[in-house]
Design a protein around this ligand. Structure first.
Ligand code: SDX
Length: 431
């Protein structure tokens, strides 16, 4: 726990409460209210947790005003350009960049966990072909608890380690199988001679009828997309994983809960919703119409891929994603991608509009990712599953950190009750 050399004095009625203030290594001070109810008999109220720290953590730091994102202190733009996804996984899981031998051992371990139990293939045949792949991932990842009984005991550090490796390794396999099943093609087994990202592309796009050679440019772009999605502090899906885990639930159930939360269009589902929006806009001439709708309080429409609870400046991941979109489309020889052109014009007009400027609404990680993924050949329905693949290491790292925290206890928020006070039952003939 951080040091707390100061405190805040809170006076409520005839009660005065001293609340410790904790000083982080970065970011705002934190007011410790754990004794507030016992000492002052009041709750705090913070729907959506806009001002609430749910835990302490050493994994990821975000400065929303500066548009800064650090993983164990390393800026995301440096990791995206100089590192690669499995090295970032090691960093998030263990706290330091690996030495050569450590990285090789970790990569070998993950590579040899990429196959799923053969009997799990039967799950896929129970789904409709047109099921959304996120529905398939929620069900199949949760069902891992029905197969990997030797890594569900969260009190055993060795089992926690195995579960961590299995989840990181098998998520691409499950996502690729969900895609293959949706297009009626046979499953493609993972290959141990391919990198993590290349393996995912191969499992998605190879067919038995001919050899499929992974384009190294696409593999690099895929790896970078996984890296950009790896972790993001206490976002909604990570908080869901932490809350589910606080009851002692097994790791597969907790990650399945995280996948379910990520699916929402306000969160990880925004990458699919953003591309649907860009396609609906179609002609850049229609952008003012959509900006007007986004500003209209009577219209539920929002600019998908825009705005963020924490970033009140550019999302640093969006900057890297935008550069990557230009590179990938250029290297693929896609001259004028109309969707990318619309995205860039929409960004330009929104960032010149007072409504967005005053509310500090900028493109987020989901604004450009879909343009790249579609150019790589993925259907829109696979965008959020790919986000889930990248974020699995973040969920798992935060899950491990929580279980190692001696302060860990079940999460049980209270409420501001506005319902009826006690009243007697009324027989039906008297109602
Ligand atoms: C992710 O938390 C994370 O870290 C998430 C994430 C991660 O890596 O885990 O970064 C991934 O989920 C990115 C966000 C993806 N979602 C979208 O792109 C959906 C569109 N964005 C919005 O729904 C919204 O911006 C949120 C949900 C992202 C943030 O919502 P907040 O913080 O609750 O902001 P708010 O609703 O209080 O909005 C503040 C104001 C409001 O206007 P006023 O009431 O003040 O007049 O800004 C407006 C909002 O109406 N606003 C938008 C808008 N986002 C906010 N108006 C139009 N379009 C938008 N996109």
């Amino acid at each position: 726990m951080a040091d707390s050399t100061k405190s805040a004095t809170l006076s409520i009625g005839d009660k005065t409460v001293e609340l410790p203030i904790h000083h982080p290594t970065a970011g705002p001070d934190v007011l410790d209210i754990r004794k507030l109810y016992s000492q002052a008999g009041v709750f705090t109220y913070d729907p959506g947790y806009t001002s609430t720290a749910s835990c302490d953590s050493t994994i990821t730091f975000i400065d929303g005003d500066k548009g800064e994102l650090l993983h164990r202190g390393y800026p995301i733009d440096q990791l995206a350009s100089k590192s690669h996804y499995l090295e970032v996984c090691y960093l998030l899981l263990y706290g330091e960049l690996p030495k050569a031998g450590e990285l090789e051992e970790f990569e070998n371990t993950i590579t040899r966990h990429t196959m799923i139990h053969e009997q799990m293939h039967n799950f896929f045949r129970g789904y409709r072909r047109d099921a959304h792949p996120m529905a398939v991932m929620v069900g199949t990842v949760g069902a891992m608890a029905a197969f990997y009984h030797d890594s569900t005991d969260i009190s055993d550090p060795h089992q926690r380690e195995i579960a961590s490796h299995r989840l990181i390794a098998k998520m691409p396999t499950i996502a690729a199988m969900a895609y293959k099943y949706s297009v009626g093609q046979p499953f493609v087994y993972p290959r141990n001679d391919l990198s993590y990202a290349a393996n995912f592309l191969h499992m998605c796009f190879a067919v038995p009828a001919e050899e499929y050679v992974v384009n190294p440019i696409l593999a690099r772009a895929m790896d970078r997309i996984f890296t950009l999605h790896a972790d993001h502090e206490q976002n909604a899906s990570t908080s869901t994983v932490r809350l589910a885990s606080s009851s002692g639930a097994n790791p597969f159930a907790c990650i399945a809960a995280g996948i379910a939360c990520l699916w929402g269009p306000a969160h990880g589902g925004a990458n699919q919703a953003c591309l649907e929006m860009l396609k609906e806009i179609g002609d850049p001439e229609r952008i003012p119409e959509f900006l007007a709708r986004a500003k209209d309080k009577n219209d539920p429409f929002r600019l998908m891929g825009f705005g963020h609870r924490v970033y009140k400046n550019f999302d640093p991941r969006a900057k890297v994603m935008k550069q990557s979109a230009d590179e990938v489309l250029d290297l693929l020889g896609v001259e004028d991608n109309p969707v990318l052109a619309t995205a860039k014009e929409l960004e330009k007009q929104a960032l010149a509009d007072d409504y967005f400027v005053e509310r500090k609404l900028f493109p987020n990680v989901d604004f450009y990712s879909g343009v790249i993924l579609e150019a790589m050949g993925f259907p829109l329905s696979m965008f959020t599953p790919i986000f889930a693949v990248g974020r699995t290491v973040g969920w798992v790292s935060q899950w491990k950190e929580m279980l190692n925290d001696p302060q860990n206890k079940i999460g049980r928020p209270r409420q501001l009750y506005l319902g009826e006070t006690a009243r007697d039952y009324v027989d039906i003939e008297n109602r």
